[in-house]
Ligand binder design. Structure first.
Ligand SMILES: NC(=O)c1ccc[n+]([C@@H]2O[C@H](COP(=O)([O-])OP(=O)(O)OC[C@H]3O[C@@H](n4cnc5c(N)ncnc54)[C@H](O)[C@@H]3O)[C@@H](O)[C@H]2O)c1
Length: 426
């Protein structure tokens, strides 16, 4: 249920494991693309696997709930975005999916939530199922997903852990059977209750977010004291209790998962009266968002104090490289903010342009880096795609109006840019 980034990838993964899979979505256009072997989103390596599964006959797509009724196991992979005007997750799609399934299933199937949800959701879904299903043996389980966009194929076929939130030995047995080839290859399995399973995913995301915001907090201290956050990061990273990964000072995190999961956790902690926990999580979010404002300020400084009438080339629209996902993208947020300050913003991204145009038709888009940088007063590298990191400063010098570059990801080699006569800020 749900054939977006998570659901389509999971369906393909399940078919590759040898299961017969029906993948459902309420969006007709998405299902029509998938049915003709086309991915509705960008994910390296996944298109080829989709074709392989369709050829095998083990995977098909539908928009009808009725086509899914006969399954032994149902995975709910629908979206759980932030509720507008609130920190909470909007669970209406999860509720609809469980309700529609429960109304139709009349055999002892299991409905497994994979969407990332606040704790207590599985318990509520079990009540919905009890209320609507004619078969009292229908069960609810939770099996949170840890795949990363851009690496979804590897993460799905070779996950580093499987979490089974179950309320009966039967549900555990069925999940173990479904994932058998992966478990036999040595993937660890943590079996727990549904509430703990829900929380494993949310806390993993909160921890990763906290690591990014922690190093950005240190970046703020470095800026205020004249220290250098890059050697500091390197020095911290050598300590294997800390580790180098996710310790990247810069424009911070975004996307369809980390920010909204963090906010839902904050709301959950506040509802539970755990104000100190809510405060910790809120600060992680707030430090992260402050980096977008800081990027805007540094860009303005490079422009001599104002964006008004200046041409700004924004490199990056996706929230991170190797995806076309622009949900809560820091790059787009900075581009939009510069536009609001009356800059003429031109954006280029290797794969996320269509999604960005849909989200922000008011901005201008260019097909190449050089076209986007043409006559620019400022170039802003905001998503660290390899092609941006590899840009030639000499070549770019010939197209811009002024050689000002803001490196929002600490991704460039400043010496190269200085040597080519650029004003470089990061
Ligand atoms: N994208 C990721 O990398 C990732 C990783 C781990 C977990 N998650 C979690 O997975 C969930 C889905 O995320 P996503 O990125 O795939 O979102 P998405 O928006 O790409 O996909 C969600 C899909 O669900 C469909 N849908 C909504 N209601 C439906 C219904 N009643 N029946 C069938 N389909 C329905 C939508 O049309 C949409 O295509 C979220 O909870 C997210 O936090 C996502």
């Amino acid at each position: 249920m749900g054939s977006g980034y998570l659901g389509a990838t999971h369906a393909i993964g399940m078919a590759l494991l040898g299961h017969d899979v029906v993948a459902m979505d309420i969006e007709k256009e998405k299902i029509s693309l998938l049915s003709s072997c086309e991915l509705p989103f960008f994910e390296p390596g996944l298109g080829e696997l989709l074709r392989k599964c369709m050829e095998s006959g083990r995977l098909r797509f539908t928009t009808s709930y009725d086509d899914t009724v006969e399954a032994d196991i149902h995975f709910v992979c629908v979206g759980t975005p932030q509720l507008p005007g609130s920190l909470n997750a909007d669970l209406r799609w999860v509720e609809t999916a469980f309700t529609e399934l429960a109304r139709r299933i009349c055999s002892p199937a299991i409905i497994v939530g994979k969407s990332t949800v606040p704790t207590g959701t599985a318990r509520r879904m079990a009540e919905i199922v009890r209320r609507h299903s004619s078969d009292p043996r229908v069960e609810v389980a939770w099996n949170p997903e840890f795949l990363r966009e851009g690496r979804a194929v590897e993460d799905t076929l070779k996950p580093n852990r499987l979490i089974f939130g179950v309320e009966s030995p039967h549900a555990e047995k069925l999940l173990r059977a479904v994932y058998r080839p992966i478990i036999e290859r040595g993937c660890p399995v943590v079996v727990t209750d549904c509430t703990t399973a829900e929380l494993t995913k949310v806390s993993a995301n909160a921890f990763l977010a906290m690591k990014i915001s922690f190093i950005n907090a240190m970046a703020k201290i470095c800026e205020a004291t004249g220290a250098d956050v890059l050697p500091l990061t390197e020095a911290l990273g050598y300590d294997d209790r800390i580790g180098r990964r996710f310790l990247g000072p810069g424009l911070g995190f975004g996307g369809g998962c980390l920010p909204k999961d963090l906010r839902a956790l904050c709301a959950c902690a506040a509802d539970l009266g755990l104000d100190d926990v809510a405060l910790l999580i809120r600060q992680v979010d707030s430090i992260n968002l402050s980096r977008r404002h800081r990027a805007l300020v540094l860009g303005r400084e490079l422009l001599g104090g104002t964006y008004v009438g200046k041409r700004v080339c924004v490199l990056g629209a996706a929230f991170k490289p190797n995806t076309d996902d622009v949900r809560d993208s820091p790059a787009l947020a900075v581009g939009v903010a510069a536009h609001a300050e009356n800059a003429h913003v031109v954006i280029h991204d290797p794969v996320a342009m269509n999604n960005a145009k849909r989200a922000h038709p008011e901005l201008e888009y260019a097909e190449t880096i050089v076209e986007a940088a043409s006559e620019a007063d400022l170039v802003m590298l905001l998503t660290d795609w390899t092609e941006f990191i590899d840009m030639d400063p000499e070549l770019l010098s010939t197209t811009v109006r002024s050689r000002n570059i803001f490196d929002g990801r600490n991704a460039l080699t400043p010496e190269r840019w200085h040597a080519a006569g650029w004003n470089y800020r990061a």
